[in-house]
Design a protein around this ligand. Sequence first.
Ligand SMILES: Cc1cc2nc3c(=O)[nH]c(=O)nc-3n(C[C@H](O)[C@H](O)[C@H](O)COP(=O)(O)OP(=O)(O)OC[C@H]3O[C@@H](n4cnc5c(N)ncnc54)[C@H](O)[C@@H]3O)c2cc1C
Length: 497
Amino acid sequence: MTVSSPVSSASPTSPTSPTSPTSPASPASPTSPARPAGPADSVPHLGAPPRCAVVGSGAAGTMAAYRLRQVYGPTASITVYEREPVAGGRAHQIDFAGTTVEVGATVLHSTGLWIKALLELTGLEPGRGGVQLDGDDEIFGFWNGQRLTLTTKAAMASLGLGVLRSYGIKSALRVTLATRKLARAWHRIYRLQLDGEVFDSTGQLLDRLGLRHYQERSLAQALREEGARDDFVAEVLAGITRNMYTQGSGLNALAGEVGLAGAGLAGGSLYALAEGNQTLFAKALAKLGVDLRLGTAVDRVEAGSGAVRLTTAGGAEEVFDAVVLATPLELSDIALTVDGRPAPYAARDYQSVHVTLVAGQPSRDYFGLPPESGLPSMVFVADTPEARFCSLGVTGFSPLHQCRIYKFFTVDQPLDDQEVRRVFDQVAEIGRFHWRGAYPVLRPAVEPPPFKLAQGLYYVNGFESAASTLELDAVAAYNTAGLVARDFPAPAGPAVS
Ligand SMILES: Cc1cc2nc3c(=O)[nH]c(=O)nc-3n(C[C@H](O)[C@H](O)[C@H](O)COP(=O)(O)OP(=O)(O)OC[C@H]3O[C@@H](n4cnc5c(N)ncnc54)[C@H](O)[C@@H]3O)c2cc1C
């Protein structure tokens, strides 16, 4: 399926054909500046596209800008505020051991079409994804904090065979079929979105896809209902979800199945960008011709009287017709009011995640492996009290130290040097990064905040209560921008450059 370029595409009432070829992305002309704040905050929309602001330049903010540009054309005013000096949000890389390493979103899935649309827009090529390994001979280990319960070659066939041998065909087959079924149901979202459907809430979107029940129960419960063995769920599947979300099988089944699909159970493949995943968003925003304000934190957002006033940390005020919040409100330090009162949204817990990078070589002893045996490149860790970390895996190669770079995830506490040296025989360098909030604590049956908070005020990241990935947030952002388009119809169809 090919999606069309945002600057030459259709209004929400005239959907783009999913099979139409991509037209060249002509750069948008400079946007007209947003109106400075003034007394007449109620602005009519006679013939002009609305002045739009997006807060956040991650996957969600970029996709919201993409859709707004698509709907309103190349000359519409779109301002993107980003408090960090770089775009990309939780797709973020740091310098370590003579190279750069992803500390946030590391892999993308080949079935995600909105991230692919951004790739097409920028001309960036998908590179090799997943752990940067030498091939299918690499070893995956499943660790319960005391011993490796399963080791297999990384090739899907070996992994499948290993699982069949240890846990039986019934469990493996049922879980695979359930994951594939969910992936097929989810994939319908693209057809609906291209047909112009929009949803006011995450619940409505999931209902339309027949997926609400996944969000209402835990992964463990859903898989038990599918007939999966408890030890398979605890030792293997929880290890996979802990690698992706640092949360075991108690997380909601939708997020859990997204994790399992990401591990290859629903087919497809993983990729990453050689230039670093964050570059996708900076390049896409440049192509979209938005007014990108890097290093500009938004402090206050006030909706009411038909316009939305936005105040930056530097004290600058601007008024917009539509503001899309493309960042979790829990992490954004934005004072949000509607008609002078605090905006009604229920705050959620976000998971604090520590990333510990190690250039070195793990210890065979620690994992109970005989000398000379292969070392696991990925260690998926069961949710047991003995487990000191959520996952460990190769994430690159250090040209400086001529050894592999490994990445640990832990929650709440970083892995201290002493613990690192227990797991590693040789340590050339250690680096750390902390996410104050990596993703929500993905409990079942949390009612996410709606996509529209007030007239002119929209919110993407409520969706993250269901599940959080670059692609899913892009889908939520496409929907949210669609709500803007519903409320502020494009004046005379799409403006084409
Ligand atoms: C450790 C980790 C590993 C992950 N692994 C993967 C993976 O492999 N694959 C995958 O698909 N997903 C992964 N994810 C999830 C993925 O990173 C997120 O779902 C996605 O990046 C969220 O994008 P977003 O645009 O919604 O939010 P964000 O990326 O968080 O973007 C929000 C932006 O808003 C900015 N902002 C916040 N407050 C303000 C303010 N007041 N004013 C102005 N700007 C503000 C922030 O600086 C940020 O740039 C991972 C996440 C983490 C943390």
